[in-house]
Design a protein around this ligand. Sequence first.
Ligand SMILES: Cc1cc2nc3c(=O)[nH]c(=O)nc-3n(C[C@H](O)[C@H](O)[C@H](O)COP(=O)(O)O)c2cc1C
Length: 136
Amino acid sequence: MKKTAVVYWSQTGNTETMAKAIAETSGGTLLTAAEFSANQAEEFEAIAFGCPAMGAEVLEEEEFQPMWDSVKSNLSGKKIALFGSYGWGDGEWMRNWKQEAEEIGAELVAEPVIANETPDETALAACHELGKKLAQ
Ligand SMILES: Cc1cc2nc3c(=O)[nH]c(=O)nc-3n(C[C@H](O)[C@H](O)[C@H](O)COP(=O)(O)O)c2cc1C
């Protein structure tokens, strides 16, 4: 198994539930965005990043976005995965985030996993799958 981390931000626990499901099957270190800094990226062979849709279809701006902005230049050629929960939108924030990740040259191990509000069984199963692929 690869050495992995699951780095997330969550306000009401939905993205956190997804992060825990991914960490269960990847065996990875679970870290909040505040606990993770860009220079830790090289310690891990693969990293899953999770953030809900906030603002108007953007990443959370106080903690997650600054962390992402500081780490993204270290992610070229890196295996990553993206996940997060959303509410009333249609997943636009994740489409934009995925596009940005691809543009910086990160290697997505799987399609991003998104969950509408509280992750249901299907979403949790997708998180478990994502964790396996992250660690492969
Ligand atoms: C300030 C704020 C902004 C939000 N903006 C969006 C949005 O643009 N699009 C959307 O689909 N959901 C939006 N939501 C809904 C959250 O993404 C959703 O409730 C999600 O489950 C929260 O995840 P969390 O429990 O991990 O914090 C917003 C919620 C809040 C509180």
